[in-house]
Write a protein that binds this ligand. Structure first.
Ligand code: ZN
Ligand code: ZN
Ligand code: ZN
Length: 222
């Protein structure tokens, strides 16, 4: 059995910790798997461009360094903690309207994925890339911040577009998602160390990236 967290930020976007600090935070607590999922913003919107300039999002220019550090830190995490580290991104569509905003996680990425275009096309592109697609915090997060309702508004149409929908984010459980038949996952959306106090996912599978991604696809998760 392993404890897992598939939604974690580093200082490559708006998280406070470096990637090595994130690895040690989870490794020292005995986690079996984590995904680091820094934000990628839209390239054509004012909010997306501003976030890129402020260093709050990965850009095509910083992405190769991000992947390189994730690769070497994944090796260290395995050697030191027997913890699997999956490279991911959070494709972030931020609009002034909560109903047009959507965050989509891609787990198991090996090249830059764009946050531009319609969410259905983005979800399809993630799967064609061989990665797992997750609808992040699709309902009211209870936090004093912009909300992302676009995916939930279109949940009937997008039901099969995602491998999982976040049923919890941080310390908040989402009853609407819990009561739905949608495939589920629970994650921290950790930005600072204190966010460790959160819902997590438990898996029983081999400690290997592909086995872990498959367990999410097959919903062999708790
Ligand atoms: Zn963030
Ligand atoms: Zn988000
Ligand atoms: Zn996030």
């Amino acid at each position: 059995m392993m404890l897992a967290d598939f939604h974690v930020h580093s200082n490559f976007s708006d998280g406070k910790l470096t990637i090595p600090a994130v690895i040690d935070l989870y490794g020292q607590r005995g986690f079996g798997a984590i995904a680091i999922t820094d934000h990628v913003g839209e390239s054509r919107t004012v909010i997306g461009k501003a976030a890129g300039h402020l260093g709050l999002c990965l850009t095509p220019a910083t992405f190769s360094l991000y992947l390189e550090i994730l690769k070497s830190e994944a090796e260290r995490a395995w050697d030191q903690y027997r913890m699997v580290v999956i490279p991911g991104v959070e494709l972030s569509k931020n609009s002034i309207s909560n109903h047009r905003s959507a965050h989509i996680l891609a787990l198991g990425v090996s090249e830059y994925l764009s946050a531009d275009g319609d969410v259905a096309e983005i979800a399809q592109a993630i799967r064609e890339h061989g990665a797992v697609s997750i609808a992040a915090h699709p309902v009211d997060s209870g936090k004093f911040e912009k909300q992302t309702y676009h995916l939930w508004n279109r949940r009937n149409e997008l039901e099969n577009a995602f491998d999982a929908w976040e049923v919890a984010s941080g310390d908040r459980l989402f009853p609407e998602v819990l009561q739905s038949r949608l495939p589920k996952i629970a994650s921290s959306d950790l930005h600072i160390a204190r966010h460790m106090t959160s819902w997590k996912t438990i898996l029983e599978c081999e400690r290997h990236p592909e086995a872990i991604l498959d367990a999410i696809r097959k919903q062999e998760v708790q």
